[in-house]
Design a protein around this ligand. Structure first.
Ligand code: PLP
Length: 424
């Protein structure tokens, strides 16, 4: 019809203007990167005082010498400080090395191969082991499952956390489902905070599942709020004590995004019984963790109030970057007919959903003008986003100027991809 022809012509005109802007950007030979959630240089510099903080005093609170072997579960004062972050007692907390991801990997490996309740309980005794994966989610969780051949079942991640109706139905119907991945506060990538009702249902979930079912509670962003009004997370440990499911819940955290990324300390909280099992397996891998680094962290971070004050400095660096992205998305795509996105109150990520079928195209358009985006699909098991629409944006690492330039280029690519689709 005439109107469609007219609007097609209009679209083509708009697209030509956008392509002109795109070519101008291409000529600038940009080299920008919004991919990984790394803290910026000014952020890691906030913890430079870690260096030399011990001033020659290596004695831990119990009089032991942090420079020497001993203590597979970490320094008592570190267990108490980081246990508190997870709502766990020191005896229920093991402080390990530099990476919480390593601890997660080890828990999955031991549960699969050795069994958390003795060899008969190993998941590998059965033909199949499956995990529930709220999507979009953290690619490295999914990689652990893929590495061990654990089948992944995606479940939708809502603003309130995983879709619990679906989670409960799946778990009730299939005893080979062995666990679920959770990033309960400022999830990677949507930034959502699980509601109290969801936390409660997750704490009760093991009652409905096979006895070897575990909740992998990766609280990587436990204290990473950007604003004072950021939603709090209901403590899963309180519910787990009430429902007697502590044996089925593993909580994780680290200081990777509090002090030094990859050179902080990581911790796991669970029942004392689970920690004893974990230690029995760990003892084959290590004599003990780096307690000097643990002591440095305890002297530096001290207590929850000091940690909160420290995190406020992080937030001051992060907020303008988040706001640059969100303001530009709002201004340029605010109508909502080209996509939607999250507005997190903390964490490291913003999750953008393009129109179905366009995420790969947008990431490719951006790459061709020197703007690296997280590969489309990365937030889904096996790297497959069935609707090809989710893109994770991580504005923490680049300078504010580069974040702005990146998001300007990003919205241009979203518009081009969308108009191209409309034309076809
Ligand atoms: N868990 C989540 C949800 C993350 O986003 C990250 C890093 O981006 C990690 C864990 C990695 O933690 P770690 O450095 O303690 O291994």
């Amino acid at each position: 019809t005439q109107t469609t022809q007219a609007s097609q012509a209009q679209l083509r005109e708009q697209l030509a203007i956008l392509h002109e802007q795109y070519d101008q950007l291409a000529a600038k030979k940009l080299d920008l990167d919004l991919t990984r959630g790394k803290p910026g240089t000014a952020q890691v510099a906030l913890s430079s005082a870690l260096d030399g903080i011990l001033g020659g005093d290596y004695l831990a609170a119990d009089g032991s010498d942090a420079r020497n072997y001993g203590g597979l579960d970490g320094l008592p004062e570190a267990r108490s400080l980081f246990g508190a972050m997870l709502g766990m007692r020191p005896e229920e907390t093991l402080v390990g090395g530099n990476s919480s991801l390593t601890l997660m990997y080890q828990v999955v490996e031991f549960a699969l191969r050795e069994g958390l309740r003795g060899p008969e309980s190993a998941w590998a005794n059965h033909d199949e082991a499956k995990f529930l994966c709220p999507v979009p989610g953290y690619d490295r969780h999914f990689s652990i499952c893929e590495y061990f051949g654990i089948d992944m079942l995606p479940v939708p991640l809502l603003d309130s956390g995983p879709d619990m109706d679906e989670v409960e139905a799946l778990v009730a119907a299939d005893p080979t489902i062995r666990g679920i991945w959770c990033v309960p506060r400022f999830s990677n990538p949507t930034g959502c905070v699980y509601s109290a009702a969801t936390v409660e249902r997750l704490a009760r979930l093991p009652q409905q599942a096979s006895s070897e079912f575990i909740v992998m509670w990766d609280n990587a962003y436990a204290v990473h709020e950007l604003y004072d009004d950021a939603p709090q997370l209901a403590p899963i440990s309180d519910y787990a004590r009430q429902f007697d499911t502590m044996d089925n819940i593993f909580q994780f955290g680290s200081t990777s995004k509090i002090t030094f990324a990859g050179a902080g300390v990581a911790f796991v909280g669970s029942s004392e019984r689970n920690l004893a099992t974990l230690k029995a397996h760990l003892a084959f891998q290590t004599i003990g963790p780096d307690k000097v680094n643990q002591l440095r962290h305890v002297r530096f971070l001290q207590d929850p109030v000091t940690i909160a004050a420290h995190m406020e400095h992080h937030a001051a660096l992060m907020r303008p970057r988040f706001e640059a992205v969100l303001t530009t998305l709002e201004q340029e795509l605010g109508d909502g007919d080209m996509g939607c996105w999250t507005r997190p109150r903390g964490g490291y990520f913003i999750s953008f959903d393009a129109l179905p079928g366009l995420a790969g195209e947008i990431v490719g358009l951006a790459a061709r003008i020197g703007v690296k985006l997280t590969p489309a699909g990365a937030t889904f098991p096996y790297g497959r986003d069935p609707e090809d629409r989710n893109i994770r944006l991580s504005p923490s690492f680049p300078s504010l100027e580069d974040v702005q330039a990146s998001v300007d280029a990003f919205v241009l690519c979203v518009k081009i991809a969308t108009l191209q689709q409309r034309l076809h």
